[in-house]
Design a protein around this ligand. Sequence first.
Ligand SMILES: CC(=O)SCCNC(=O)CCNC(=O)[C@H](O)C(C)(C)COP(=O)(O)OP(=O)(O)OC[C@H]1O[C@@H](n2cnc3c(N)ncnc32)[C@H](O)[C@@H]1OP(=O)(O)O
Ligand SMILES: CC(=O)C(=O)O
Length: 501
Amino acid sequence: MNARILDTTLRDGEQTPGVSLTPDEKLRMALKLDELGVDVIEAGSAITSIGEREGIKKITSEGLSTEICSFARAVKVDVDAALECDVDSVHLVIPTSDLHIKYKLKKTRETVKDLAIESTQYAVDHGLLVELSAEDSTRSDIDYLTQVFKEGIDAGAKRICACDTVGMLTPEKAYEFYGHLSKLDAPLSVHCHNDFGLAVANSLSGLRAGASQAHVTVNGIGERAGNASLEELVVSLYSLYGVKTNIKIGMLYEISKMASRLTNVPLQPNKAIVGENAFAHESGIHADGVIKKAETYEPITPELVGHKRRFVMGKHIGSGLLKKRLEEMGLRVDDEKLNQIFTRVKALGDKGKCVTDVDLQAIAEDVLGIVAEKVVELEELTIVSGNKITPTASVRLNINNNEVLEAGIGIGPVDAAIVAVKKSIADFADIELEQYHVDAITGGTDALIDVIVKLKHEDQIVTARSTQPDIINASVEAYLSGINKILSDKKDIKKIKEGDL
Ligand SMILES: CC(=O)SCCNC(=O)CCNC(=O)[C@H](O)C(C)(C)COP(=O)(O)OP(=O)(O)OC[C@H]1O[C@@H](n2cnc3c(N)ncnc32)[C@H](O)[C@@H]1OP(=O)(O)O
Ligand SMILES: CC(=O)C(=O)O
């Protein structure tokens, strides 16, 4: 058995509250979906806006072999808008539940059926392939729904689709429901929403029952709790059911990242298949198992979907993983030292901290008595700030025994100081300040200030902190401490600096 995939990231996915893609972003996503191997791209809903039509037109003008489709209500203007965009097909939608017919459309069952048939005929007469789709079909009278589909097929619809618009199906009901509709004389699509977290399970059930195409979105984005997720459905079909699709599974992680970036919808870390933790291991028993044989705690390889395995240091680690990471860092330790490092990592974990590789290196070097070299040291910091002046900072730094002077302006004095430091290292290290957190430990304006920063350089992330009575000094020291953690093992960067000066 094979299953077809209609991707509706650019239509139902874009209906995610707050998401809006530009025409160019739509095109970029469509090109990636085409490369991924989806059978149909529902590129949007042409009636929505001028920009939406521009986006769909950009996609259709690429001449892709993938079928390009537009959503349309069962009204002539929507079909005309789709025609204007030169799409191959329309996802022609009409509600069939009494709830929608009575309260939303304020019509009768008979009028709604007539609308479905008339608009199908209109679209077919204008050369469009019609996938006739019933909205809220799973709360519809099954005899009425069946009749709408039968007459729609007679009117020229080439596919039918039953939408579980508010995610009310269960896998058992889905099997029965889609099994019944799959006996009609046209290929059937499942379109499942995730209001109860069952969209993928229900889609799988529908496909097993005889449906041949699933509507999905990348990362499962969509209205409310979203749609069935493309990556979960496709990999479940492949790995659990032995069902093939045309999807290039090895691209799933890449396209997930792209969709998240373009839509600004962050991915939950524990998202199946593509989440950052999908192949991450911290707890000692798991990591030990994975190091010995990955299948013990990984149902599929990360490489299958283009992802990567990673081990995380923290409260739950075991000595097996710790020893492996230290060895990978070139640090050989005896059992006593390993135990000391182990205790320090656990203690950090107990404080709610995640221990990065750089943190681990610092702990290990401390335990092993290795003195960490400071590449950058603060010699002087001057701040000018007030209510009628642009906050300005100047710093004198010692970088590998060379004096560097820089100045910066900022929103406030802390920002100005960080800008000045950042400028002084900019020509040899691109270090981003990802997070800045400040706490006043004791009460009052003379409180001790605790600053924690999270810095990023290429793939490396480090955290650093400084506690001092002065918020500006604490901020700069925390920032420099993070910079030193990053630069201390980057001999090449240091050489560049030495050569430069
Ligand atoms: C479950 C789903 O995902 S359905 C798809 C949802 N997608 C969208 O809504 C796309 C974006 N929507 C839009 O840009 C706008 O809603 C438009 C352009 C489609 C319509 O805008 P407006 O004309 O201002 O109407 P509005 O959005 O307020 O109401 C929808 C109208 O369509 C009617 N309608 C809704 N669904 C259908 C349908 N499938 N077939 C025919 N008519 C429909 C409603 O009855 C209502 O008409 P009425 O006001 O005469 O009762
Ligand atoms: C049409 C559609 O997206 C739905 O009913 O969920």
